[in-house]
Unconditional design. Structure first.
Lengths: 107, 115
């Protein structure tokens, strides 16, 4: 199975600042990569798929980039509602696998 | 607006079978894959498996020997059965609509404790 590794585990950011989250795959996932946001007590919600396509209703401050084994999620200017845990997930091969998550916390 | 709702016992005894149902509303159950995912308390996400509306299934090899996913299209429900549970199976269990591996819609999740 493809192992997904996220870094950092925790990211402390001030509101209005930029946040950059990284995701590495143990082998190429091509562009078959998604990002999810999870707030406490809630289910994950899809943010991005195909590395860089925003899901329905996701604001433009979220952007994705990368290819092969490396992907990045960037939040250009953090809003209060963006403090959450973020997971990357590959869907290039079965089983679907997720990274361990990055918690974005208020600095 | 597609909505998914998981239901089932919140407490299961060790060695018994965990059984959950996910009811889909606001959209078709056909033409899609439907996945189950779980999340142990305070930990990350693990994909359990999917079922296609045709009935074909695929499971995570780590759970394959213990998992069965089924679909009742007339009731718009999918089901999960996990046998021989242990404390390690304690988790929030989610169902989700699976579009080529992208999980666009999720249920709210249901906590199952094995004790």
């Amino acid at each position: 199975e493809i192992v997904m590794t996220q870094s950092p585990a925790t990211l402390s950011v001030s509101p209005g600042e930029r946040a950059t989250l990284s995701c590495r795959a143990s082998q190429s996932v091509n562009s078959n990569l998604a990002w999810y946001q999870q707030k406490p007590g809630q289910a994950p919600t899809l943010l991005m798929y195909g590395v860089a396509t925003r899901a329905t209703g996701i604001p433009a401050r979220f952007s994705g980039s990368g290819s092969g084994t490396e992907s990045t999620l960037t939040i250009s200017s953090l809003q209060s509602e963006d403090f959450a845990v973020y997971y990357c997930q590959q869907y290039d091969s079965w089983p679907l696998t997720f990274g361990g998550g990055t918690q974005v916390e208020i600095k | 607006q597609v909505q998914l709702q998981e239901s089932g016992p919140g407490l299961v005894k060790p060695s018994e079978t965990l059984s959950l149902t996910c009811t889909v509303s606001g959209g078709s159950i056909t033409d899609y894959y439907w996945s189950w995912i779980r999340q142990p308390p305070g930990k990350g996400l693990e994909w359990i498996g999917y079922i296609y509306y045709s009935g074909s299934t695929k499971y995570n090899p780590s759970l394959k020997s213990r998992v069965t996913i089924s679909l009742d299209t007339s009731k718009k429900q999918l089901s999960l059965k996990l046998t021989s549970v242990t404390a390690a199976d304690t988790a929030v269990y989610y169902c989700a609509r699976d579009e080529a591996g992208q999980l666009h819609y999720w249920g709210q999740g249901t906590l199952v404790t094995v004790s």
